[in-house]
Design a protein around this ligand. Structure first.
Ligand SMILES: CC(C)(COP(=O)(O)OP(=O)(O)OC[C@H]1O[C@@H](n2cnc3c(N)ncnc32)[C@H](O)[C@@H]1OP(=O)(O)O)[C@@H](O)C(=O)NCCC(=O)NCCS
Length: 217
């Protein structure tokens, strides 16, 4: 799987936080063989209400209202699944979302990932895997065979997903969480750092521990 980037439009990174800066470095790795002037081509996009005209890593910032889908493509560099979904809702319908896949990702031809996804270095996706749009797979995630995963999926670094798992929309895995094979997880579930999932999760919420239990607040 390769990145999908439109070199005829400027490249926008929505977000101004730490992950957005990491996505910029990922973008540099993805376009290293292109003759491109990053300073001209890339913009960080911030919400109008928080907008501060500044530079991030030498790159200009623009605000949401300056975003023009005819001239700009975007990736949403916001780690939290549900916030990312909300932000996609703020962009115009015709927005073109780029997909970034780090050159050292290992991925067979039998893997599909939806538009807007960001797959960072060291990730391994084996075979017969389908993942929806706007997924973020962070450093050294592994996903096994025959998984079906809905939109806005997020993994923090080091997450291990075994084969034949089925996840709903907006599922988030914290750093080093892992899942036994054949597990189903419903929509809007967060697994905390180091969580180990050994049974299906049928109720939305936050789960922690080994084996995971629901965090009641
Ligand atoms: C699970 C998580 C979402 C809970 O966050 P929260 O709702 O703010 O919960 P709190 O920090 O208030 O913690 C509530 C309780 O759960 C415990 N807890 C929190 N996260 C835990 C985890 N991952 N494993 C075990 N226990 C955990 C806390 O110690 C606390 O216990 P206490 O009530 O006995 O003191 C969060 O801790 C987490 O793991 N997020 C993922 C972070 C991550 O991977 N980031 C990667 C960025 S790239």
């Amino acid at each position: 799987m390769k990145s999908k980037i439109n070199f005829n439009k400027k490249f926008c990174i929505a977000g101004g936080g730490g992950f957005a800066r990491e996505v910029f470095t990922l973008l540099i790795d993805c376009v290293k063989d292109e003759n491109i002037n990053l300073k001209d081509w890339v913009r960080f996009v911030m919400p109008d209400k928080d907008y501060l005209k500044t530079e991030i890593m030498g790159i200009e910032t623009i605000c949401d209202s300056e975003f023009n889908p005819n001239k700009h493509q975007v990736v949403i560099a916001i780690g939290e699944s549900r916030v990312r979904k909300k932000i996609v809702g703020f962009f115009p319908k015709e927005t073109e979302y780029a997909t970034l896949v780090h050159p050292n990702v290992v991925c067979s031809d039998w893997v599909e990932i939806g538009e807007g996804s960001i797959i960072t270095a060291g990730t391994i996706l084996t075979t017969n895997i389908i993942i929806g749009k706007q997924a973020h797979l962070n450093l050294h995630t592994t996903i096994g065979h025959d998984c079906r995963i809905a939109d806005y999926f997020t993994t923090a670094p080091g997450v291990k997903i075994s084969g034949e798992c089925y996840f709903g929309e907006c599922v988030y895995f914290g750093t080093n969480a892992s899942v036994r094979q054949g597990i189903s997880i419903t929509d809007n579930v967060t697994i905390g750092m180091g969580g180990v999932v050994v049974k299906n999760i049928i109720e939305s919420g936050v789960y922690i521990g080994n084996p995971v239990r629901k965090l009641e607040k």
